[in-house]
Ligand binder design. Sequence first.
Ligand code: ZN
Ligand code: ZN
Length: 463
Amino acid sequence: MHVTPASDETLFVPLGGTGEIGMNLNLYGHDGWWLAVDVGITFGGDDFPDYDVMMADPAFIAHRRERLAGVVLTHAHEDHLGALPYLWRRLRCPVYATPFTAALARFKLARAGIDDAPVTEIGLGERFEVGPFAVEYIGMTHSIPEPNALLITTACGAVLHTGDWKLDDDPVIGRRYDHRRLLSLRREPLLAVVCDSTNAVVPGSTGSESSLFAPLREVAEQSHGRVLVTAFSSNIARLVTLARVAKSVGRRFGVIGPAMERMVAFARGAGYWPDDLPDLVDPRHLGFLPPGEVLAACTGSQGEATSALARIATDRHPYLLLDPRDTVIFSSRMIPGNERSVERLQAHLKQHGVEVVTDAHAHVHVSGHPAEADLRRLYDWVRPPAVIPVHGTPRHLAANAAIATDCHVPTACVIENGDVCRLAKTGPEVLGQVDVGRLSVTADGQLSRVPADVLRTMRRTAH
Ligand SMILES: [Zn+2]
Ligand SMILES: [Zn+2]
């Protein structure tokens, strides 16, 4: 399909992340120009070990890169910025991000040997212009520092691209979501809300990050041995909570795993590591402390074979071995596709006599995405003329659309990757389809297109 956005329209074209969770790559088009929002990766998991790291094929926009005004990143999760070091050379455009995300983007680009990517830091809540697009960062809450929604305004109206979000009134670190700005959007010339659907099938409201302190403290208090907690490295608020739990039960706190140590350093650099926390114990010293004095966080919640927890569970870690009186808490969600690895890991731990605590036993994890009641609150505040669900499998998108319709949003438009969706005051309209696909990283670090038959199997087995 030949697509050149006209001056009287705003186009939305998701190349990845719509109809699936992961590898987000969204395009907005207006007046001959394009703006990309997020460039993420996804993982093959247990079912597709030959396709460990994948991303949306950017061919459509790479062919028009002289008309790509920039990439705006909403936040620093891998499914939103992880593909930047792989794809930047094909796009070669300016990158915009808030300070914490920009620091991570620069680190990832430098590690890939890219030193000429212009990464512009934008302050929280600021507005800036990229080609014919005026972009405003609107602070949200999620499970990483500095999650943002984007208000993208062109001459023909505005779109609220929510990014990943939840409504957390006490997010432990960082600011609360910008309720006042969200509420004021009902007076803006909005064309649509393009909205996170990850938890649309979950009833009720997603809890606050701060609700975890008491239950995590209770588990730590009842354990006589070491307490090891596995969580996502980027969930700085969770690590801060764990440091506070350790302090309150008289244990020393440390983090194990290079990715987690690096994240703490980035959080400290960006001002997200509170001064009142006790000093971290060097991970090399954790194994020498009496077990009852240790609370440590580590990587490996998805059963990754090379992670700290997988090596600890199989007695292959240089710093820490576990004893039967120890406890391991999985303070995380199991990402669909990783079930076998996680179950194998938990079985190893139990064989050692280690007590395993998951969110099935206690309130030790809370999601970062909006459940049904949160979506309803947002739609009620913003009162958009249209909702386009993204960031979900078809089941999640349909659930989000049904909620929007129930909230009297006039149009809820379920689309898929590659759809060219025209956003206008008369409502969204799908004009046609552009080519989409996936690239995977080969063993020698190159990118190759995932074959169509493999892609079909991946779609069929998606949860
Ligand atoms: Zn996220
Ligand atoms: Zn995401």
